[in-house]
Design a protein around this ligand. Structure first.
Ligand code: PEP
Ligand code: MN
Length: 360
């Protein structure tokens, strides 16, 4: 297997470390705030300073960013600290202004990636640029939409392209603000192995306490970088206060994360094995969640049966399910014997659940 790091050459071209670390506030608030955070991050692993200046808020009335004025603050932070600077662009005018102010990394936000019209407008405005351009996944879990945006940017001859995984919105409440659906970035990585893949744990988590674990999973899945929202006074940040961490916490976190650096063949083998194991962990986690959901539905069936005084075991229905699952199992390369064993166990658990409900 070719060494991914060689393929991911633009990180080297810019003299950037692997993994790339981008830190900085959700939003630029004041010049002092931007400069203070930049100086706190200056000697850390974060080599790129982020700050949003045009903020796409879900509902109007919230802080919508300081606008173009913030570009001057970012430029000053770059001059004072030597960090590269990054901001979100959401239309052709943002691109023009960002390029004029020497922004090094321009990212396309999740609410923009959903719109091929706007992505095309941005791609046209960026045509041929040698700046780094990062495309966040669309808010909805739609891989083709994400791929489409990447293809539009490639077609505009943007060479230093990368992607950011920031999770996907769901109607259901989960422990995440945006569900990671790790299988989607994994699939993207399989299709574009040389496209740097960066994780944004802040927007996945929506809260501070699980950021570390999300970062570790991303690194174990062979991601190439992290973008972490960082503020010296997270609780009083003007946007996304719950998910920001302090520069000191980021520095400590980078120290504590297990980062695989070495490149000898033994280490390559262990890395590949680790990546696959993490993929298995992700799928196992989904299996358990799915089984939990199935049992919740079984509980509701139990309630209905109780109301109507119907027997728990209904053999006809059960045989139909088994028949269908054996066929689907075949299509998925699973033996009949295995499907039977799994579904007998699932069925037994459903019956146990329903018994509990009926006897309650
Ligand atoms: C952000 O990075 O602050 C942001 C608005 O992100 P997203 O587009 O992922 O919601
Ligand atoms: Mn944010």
């Amino acid at each position: 297997m070719e060494n991914k790091k060689e393929l991911r050459s633009w990180l080297n071209n810019f003299g950037l470390e692997h993994p790339l670390v981008i830190g900085g506030p959700c939003s630029a608030e004041t010049e002092e705030q931007v400069l203070k955070i930049a100086h706190q991050l200056k000697d850390s692993d974060a080599t790129v300073l982020r700050a949003g200046i045009w903020k796409p808020r879900t509902r109007p009335g919230n802080f919508e960013g300081v606008g173009a004025l913030g570009l001057k603050w970012l430029k000053r932070a770059k001059e004072e600290t030597g960090m590269m600077i990054a901001t979100e662009v959401a239309n052709a005018n943002h691109v023009k202004l960002a390029l004029e102010h020497d922004v090094d990394v321009l990212w396309i936000g999740a609410r923009t990636t959903v719109s091929p019209f706007i992505v095309q407008e941005i791609a046209d405005a960026l045509k041929g640029t040698d700046k780094i351009v990062l495309v966040k996944n669309p808010v909805n879990p739609d891989l083709p939409l994400w791929l489409g945006a990447i293809e539009r940017l490639y077609a505009a001859d943007i060479k230093n392209l990368g992607v950011i995984h920031r999770g996907f919105s769901t109607y259901e409440k989960t422990r995440y603000r945006n569900n990671p659906n790790w299988q989607i970035p994994i699939e993207l990585q399989n299709r574009f192995p040389d496209l740097p893949l960066i994780c944004d744990p802040s927007h996945i988590a929506g809260r501070r306490d699980i950021i570390f674990d999300i970062c570790q999973t991303a690194l174990d899945l062979n991601f190439d970088g992290l973008m972490v929202e960082t503020h010296y006074d997270p609780d009083n940040a003007w946007s996304d206060a719950k998910q920001q961490i302090t520069p000191d916490t980021l520095i400590q976190m980078m120290d504590d994360l297990k980062i695989r650096k070495s490149t000898d063949t033994e280490a390559e083998y262990r890395n590949a094995l680790n990546t696959l194991r993490t993929q298995i962990d992700v799928v196992d986690h989904q299996l358990i969640e799915t089984l939990g959901k199935r049992m919740k539905i079984a509980d509701e069936v139990g309630l209905l049966k109780k109301e109507k005084n119907v027997a728990i075991l209904q053999s006809k229905r059960w045989n139909e399910i088994l028949g269908k699952m054996i066929l689907e199992g075949e299509e998925n390369n699973l033996s009949e014997e295995f499907v039977l064993r799994v579904f007998k166990a699932i069925h037994q658990e459903s019956i146990n659940h329903q018994k509990k409900i009926i006897n309650a």
